[in-house]
Design a protein around this ligand. Structure first.
Ligand SMILES: Nc1ncnc2c1ncn2[C@@H]1O[C@H](COP(=O)(O)OP(=O)(O)OP(=O)(O)O)[C@@H](O)[C@H]1O
Length: 632
């Protein structure tokens, strides 16, 4: 029943409390508004609610509230809006009644807001909120945005000296392959001429291969010109898993590089997490390395850049010396980081069409011999430093997953639907009659059965540590064969309910003993970096019943395979930030691959978000993706 008192005259605390209860806001959003009211001297309810909403969208992955959009299309502020009950006021109703001019006036009169003209970039105050033009920011995100723009603009201003014999070096590393342009070669060439380059491309388009050749090219040139003084190269990725994957790809390919052994030896194989590279300071969001103590590196390469949020991008740029080259690799079409700020996606706007100026086209033709004139445009300075790799080696053009991902990416829904209904076994549809359709549990049971079978069948008899480690490794690896991916948090198809539903079915089938708490077979994901335990956000472990040497009874321990392939067994009590992953959100799945995925998609949601989710989810699969969704 609608609460009549609230409908008549909801007070601010009542309103915020209801929105909090109904999941429109997070506790921190309401607390932020309360703080501004209590300690910031803010009395205007409109400003306070806008402050809570600006905080909310940070939780939803955005760094700023576009006022005009918030008023015209309020629903777009929630990627996963809670259900609306008729008669109960939601923030959507509240935003609907606002007038932009009146909002501007109220913000202008607020002691909590600094109003900055859209042409100005510096600030003189320290208010918690900043209004820049018609966009409202929490100050930290505004400051980050300014820093990123300033540092990139500086880096793009001048070109570095041309590499001697660039053409011959490119010919060695990228032998003519009958394609013009060879985008990998173009990316490598362009990256030699500036201190910032961004290489984007879908899965398997050769980002790692290209950057490895770039490292080889720059290192060999350096060793020619400065014998005995190789380039200091640092490689990083946002998560431990992504770092391990890049390290493995480099190790697998480096021996085939057509360069002298001394050059190959001067290319690092180890990749650190970005946090480690910057040097975390316990209890602070700041890092040891910043403009006052910059990184000792001539070249920094960061992979999986789509997963880097705005804050970390700003900290990275702040920690680079002006002369250090930065190369970012990533897939702009993947979902952005779970934290706020889709930096890669925003930087790469327009990368599909290139927008190369005549000067860039001429430079590439002269220096590399490739013709990119078909991608001409009056692009920005930044666009001259972005290259999109366009040909996937992982999915051939006729692979179902590749074709499906491409049609989702380009918005061709009809083709995507036709592929789902087509004969290709690697991309299939699982139609659901309703949200609680047990077809999901059935498919999930089929997918998870092999790892649970491995758990039972490979269990060692005694307490030999090596045998237990080997068993854990087998179980962990067989868990990567299949994963249910959830695209939303709320409702029967949300990640929490899916986890419960699947666990209940596995228990019903006798594949696990319990479905709640800690039990053998429970797969969990770490949700916060734990440097002490050596576990990173996103690491997946499995709970096993183990009896180690000297123990008289078995105990539940969670097994993790670390980046160096060692296995760690930890008592559950040592893990405080974990969640079950019978279903994993698509966000958390980034940087991982599975043989098969079951993607559970709701019928509604903003089209753009759905497309990004679906693209990211389907491309996690090496061999097969099934898309489950209720019939429209
Ligand atoms: N031009 C090429 N010639 C031959 N093999 C290639 C070429 N480009 C890529 N490959 C191969 O395709 C595979 C994928 O390449 P790579 O790992 O560099 O892609 P990626 O874009 O980094 O992939 P991911 O999205 O998985 O990180 C590798 O085995 C690589 O050796």
């Amino acid at each position: 029943m609608p609460d009549a008192a609230l409908l008549r005259a909801p007070t601010l605390p009542d309103r915020l409390q209801r929105w909090l209860t109904d999941d429109w806001l997070r506790g921190i959003d309401a607390a932020f508004a309360a703080l501004l009211a209590e300690q910031g001297g803010e009395t205007d309810e409109t400003v306070l609610i806008l402050a809570a909403l600006t905080s909310h969208i940070v939780g939803d992955g955005h760094t700023r509230l576009a006022l005009d959009q918030a008023i015209r299309e309020p629903l777009t502020l929630w990627s996963d809006p809670p259900p609306q009950t008729p008669g109960i006021e939601t923030p959507i109703d509240w935003l609907d009644g606002l007038n932009l001019d009146a909002v501007r006036d109220r913000l202008a009169g607020s002691p909590a807001v600094e109003t900055i003209d859209s042409r100005r970039t510096e600030s003189r105050l320290t208010t918690p909120l900043v209004r820049h033009g018609d966009t409202l920011y929490l100050r930290r995100y505004w400051a980050n945005e300014q820093l990123i723009e300033r540092v990139l603009t500086e880096r793009l201003q001048d070109q570095t000296a041309a590499i001697p014999a660039l053409r011959q070096r490119l010919d060695t590393l990228f032998p003519p392959a009958g394609r013009d342009p060879d985008w990998q070669r173009v990316a490598c060439a362009l990256a030699t001429r500036s201190r910032f380059t961004l290489i984007t491309g879908g899965p398997g388009t050769g980002k790692t291969r290209t950057v490895l050749r770039l490292l080889g090219l720059l290192q060999s040139q350096r060793m020619d010109s400065h014998p005995g003084k190789p380039l200091r190269i640092r490689l990083a990725a946002p998560t431990g898993k992504a770092a391990a994957r890049l390290g493995e790809s480099i190790s697998a390919e480096i021996d085939a590089l057509p360069l002298p052994g001394s050059v190959r030896d001067a290319i690092p194989r180890s990749v650190s997490t970005l946090h480690r590279l910057l040097g975390p300071r316990p209890g602070s969001r700041l890092f040891r390395h910043d403009r006052h103590d910059p990184l000792h590196a001539d070249l920094v390469v960061v992979d999986e850049a789509s997963m880097i949020d705005q804050e970390l991008t700003a900290r990275l740029l702040d920690a680079l010396r002006p002369e250090t080259r930065l190369v970012l690799l990533g897939d702009k079409d993947q979902l952005a980081s779970v934290e706020a700020g889709a930096v890669l996606g925003e930087l790469c706007a327009g990368a599909d069409a290139g927008h190369y100026t005549t000067a860039t086209i001429d430079w590439v033709r002269t220096m590399a011999g490739d013709d990119i004139a078909a991608w001409q445009g009056a692009g920005t300075a930044l666009q001259q430093h972005i290259v999109k790799l366009r040909e996937s080696r992982r999915f051939s053009a006729d692979s179902g997953i590749g074709a499906f991902a491409e049609s989702v990416r380009s918005g061709d829904q009809a083709h995507a639907a036709a592929l789902l209904d087509g004969p290709d076994p690697d991309i299939q549809r699982l139609p659901l009659t309703h949200d609680s359709d047990s077809a999901i549990e059935t498919a999930a049971t089929g997918g998870y059965q092999p790892y649970l079978a491995a758990l039972r069948q490979s269990r060692p008899l005694g307490d030999d540590r090596d045998a237990i480690t080997e068993w854990a490794r087998i179980v962990l690896r067989s868990f990567t064969r299949f994963q249910v991916l959830a695209t939303i948090r709320h409702g029967p198809l949300g990640v929490a309910r899916l986890n419960e539903r699947i666990a209940a079915r596995l228990q019903h089938e006798g594949l696990i003993d319990r479905a709640t708490g800690w039990f053998e077979g429970r797969p969990v994901m770490i949700t916060r970096n734990d440097y002490e335990l050596g576990l990173m956000n996103g690491d997946v472990g499995i709970c096993l019943s183990t009896r180690l040497p000297g123990e008289t009874a078995s105990r539940l321990r969670v097994a993790f395979e670390l980046a160096d392939h060692s296995v760690r067994l930890l008592l559950p009590s040592r893990l405080d930030a974990v969640e079950s992953v019978f279903a994993m959100t698509v966000h958390k799945s980034q940087g991982s691959e599975f043989d098969h995925v079951l993607v559970v998609l709701p019928t509604s949601g903003p089209a753009q978000t759905r497309a990004e989710l679906l693209y990211t989810a389907a491309t996690r699969a090496r061999s097969g993706a099934v898309i489950a969704h209720p019939r429209a």
